[in-house]
Design a protein around this ligand. Structure first.
Ligand code: FMN
Length: 415
C-alpha cells in the first residue's frame, strides 16, 4: 500500500516531498510553520496578506501607526479614495517578512509566498508590483498567485532579474480560469511552474459561487490533467481542499497529481499563528458549526465558523490603518454596508452589520475563523486533556502523519 512518502514532486532536477502547506493569511501560516515544512523537505507557504501589520507584530515596526497618523483626518470620512499605501514602507515590510523567513530556512525544502490579487490596496497594480518584486528581492523560492485571475500579474515583474529563477504558480478552481491565465501570459514564454487546483472544500475564499457544493475536486483535477496532456504541457498539478489524510493525498498522487496542498490540519499546530484559544474552537467545531457565506467584501464566498466574533460586527471601517480591500477607486463593500446601517441608526451606540464583514480588521485580530470544510474532524487528530481542551500538535507531527499514513489512519500525538 502506497504512502505519500513513496512519491516525489519534481521541479527540474530537484526532488521534494510532495506536501505543500497552504498560504493562510493573515499570518496564520506563519514563518515558523512554513519553515517546518521546508526543513522536512516539502514546501511551506507564508502569506503576504497585510504584511505591514504582520511586520509590526513580529518585528516591532510601526508601519500601521504611521499610516493611521497620516490619514487620521479621514477617519470619519466616507470617501476613502485618499488613503494610499506608502510603497516604500510596503516594500520594507515585505522585505522584513520574506528576508527573515529565508534567513531562517534549513533543509532541502522550499518557501513560497501566497499573494492574493484581491488585496487591491487602493492601487492594485502598483502595490502588487511592489509585493511581488520585493518578495523576489528577498530571496523567496516561489510565488503562488491566488484569489484572482492574475491575468496581468506576471507582466508586473517580467523584467525582474529573478523572473525565470523564482517558481511561479497559480491557484485555479476551474479549467477555464487556467486557460485564461495561460493564454494571457503566453507572451512571456514562461509557463507556470505548478498549478494548484483548489476545490470547494478549502478554507479561506472559494473560487466558486454559492453553488460550490455541486463541484468536486477530483473531477476538476481530472479535467485539468487531461487538458494539459492533450496540449503537451508538463506542469505539476497540486490539488487542495479537503485532503485530510495521507491516504486522501495518495489517491490524488496516483491519479496524476504531483503534490498536494493542505492547510486545515495545520491550524491546530503550535506553529500556526492563530491564538491558542481559537485553535481550541477549531478542535471543538462540529459539522453544523461551519458555513460558507458572502460576508467577505471581496465578493467571493468564504468558509468560516458560524461563531466567528467578526460576524455581525458593525465596527467602523478601519481603512486608514489597513485598507487592503479598497479597490482602485477607494471603495469596499463593507464601507457601503456600514454607511447604510449608520444612516438607518444614526443615534445607535453600536451598529451591527449583518451582510458584510470588515475583513481587514477581523482577520488581523483573528476574529474571522476561516477554515476548511473538514475542520470538524480535527478533534480526531489529537487527544483530549483532563481539562477538556485538546493537545496542540507540532507541525512536524502533522506533516509526518500525512507522509506516512495508510488506510486513512491518523496517528495521535504521543502521550
Ligand atoms: C485558516 C485558513 C486561511 C486561509 N487563507 C488563505 C489565504 O490567505 N490565501 C489563499 O490563497 N488560501 C487560503 N487558504 C486556503 C489554503 O491555502 C488551502 O489551499 C486550503 O485550505 C486547503 O484545503 P484544506 O484546508 O482542506 O487542507 C486558507 C485556508 C485556511 C484553513
Amino acid at each position: 500500500m502506497k504512502r505519500v512518502d513513496d512519491f516525489r514532486l519534481k521541479f527540474g532536477k530537484k526532488e521534494l516531498v510532495p506536501i505543500m502547506t497552504g498560504g493562510m493569511g493573515v499570518d496564520i501560516s506563519t514563518a515558523e510553520l512554513a519553515l517546518v515544512a521546508a526543513r522536512l523537505g516539502g514546501i511551506g507557504h507564508i502569506s503576504d496578506a497585510m504584511v505591514p501589520t504582520v511586520s509590526d507584530r513580529r518585528f516591532k515596526t510601526g508601519f500601521v501607526k504611521e499610516k493611521q497618523k497620516k490619514y487620521k483626518y479621514n477617519v470619519a470620512n466616507r470617501d476613502k479614495s485618499d488613503v494610499h499605501f506608502n510603497l516604500e514602507r510596503l516594500a520594507e515590510a515585505t522585505k522584513l517578512h520574506v528576508g527573515r523567513t529565508m534567513e531562517a530556512k534549513q533543509g532541502d525544502g522550499l518557501i513560497f509566498i501566497n499573494t492574493m490579487e484581491k488585496l487591491t490596496m487602493n492601487s492594485p497594480r502598483d502595490t502588487l508590483r511592489v509585493r511581488l518584486s520585493t518578495a523576489m528581492d528577498g530571496g523567496i523560492d516561489g510565488i503562488t498567485l491566488s484569489a484572482g485571475l492574475h491575468l496581468g500579474s506576471l507582466a508586473l515583474v517580467a523584467d525582474h532579474p529573478r523572473f525565470r529563477d523564482v517558481k511561479f504558480g497559480i491557484i485555479v478552481s476551474s479549467l477555464r480560469a487556467l486557460q485564461l491565465f495561460l493564454r494571457k501570459n503566453a507572451r512571456f514564454d514562461r509557463l507556470p511552474d505548478y498549478i494548484i487546483v483548489e476545490g470547494p472544500l478549502a478554507g479561506g475564499h472559494l473560487g466558486f459561487g454559492m453553488d460550490w457544493a455541486q463541484y468536486d475536486l477530483k473531477t476538476i483535477v481530472e479535467e485539468i490533467v487531461r487538458y494539459l496532456k492533450q496540449e503537451g504541457l508538463n506542469i505539476p498539478i497540486i490539488p487542495a481542499g479537503g485532503i485530510f489524510t495521507g491516504s486522501d493525498a495518495v489517491e490524488f498522487l496516483e491519479a496524476g497529481a504531483a503534490a498536494v496542498q493542505v492547510a486545515t490540519r495545520f491550524t491546530v499546530t503550535k506553529e500556526c499563528g492563530l491564538p491558542d484559544k481559537v485553535k481550541q474552537e477549531y478542535f471543538k467545531a462540529r459539522e453544523e458549526d461551519v458555513e460558507v457565506n458572502l460576508l467577505s467584501p471581496t465578493g467571493y464566498p468564504m468558509r468560516m465558523l458560524k461563531k466567528s466574533p467578526g460576524i455581525g460586527s458593525g465596527i467602523r471601517p478601519n481603512c486608514e490603518a489597513y485598507g487592503y480591500l479598497l479597490d482602485g477607486s477607494g471603495n469596499c463593500a463593507y464601507i457601503e454596508a456600514y454607511n447604510r446601517e449608520l444612516e438607518r441608526h444614526p443615534d445607535a451606540d453600536t451598529l451591527s452589520v449583518k451582510d458584510k464583514m470588515c475583513l481587514c480588521t477581523h482577520m488581523r485580530n483573528f476574529d474571522c475563523w476561516t477554515c476548511g470544510h473538514y475542520v470538524y474532524r480535527l478533534k480526531d487528530t489529537s487527544r483530549r486533556l483532563p481539562d477538556g481542551s485538546y493537545e496542540l500538535l507540532s507541525a512536524e507531527h502533522v506533516f509526518n502523519d500525512y507522509l506516512c499514513s495508510t488506510e486513512h489512519r491518523i496517528v495521535l500525538p504521543a502521550a
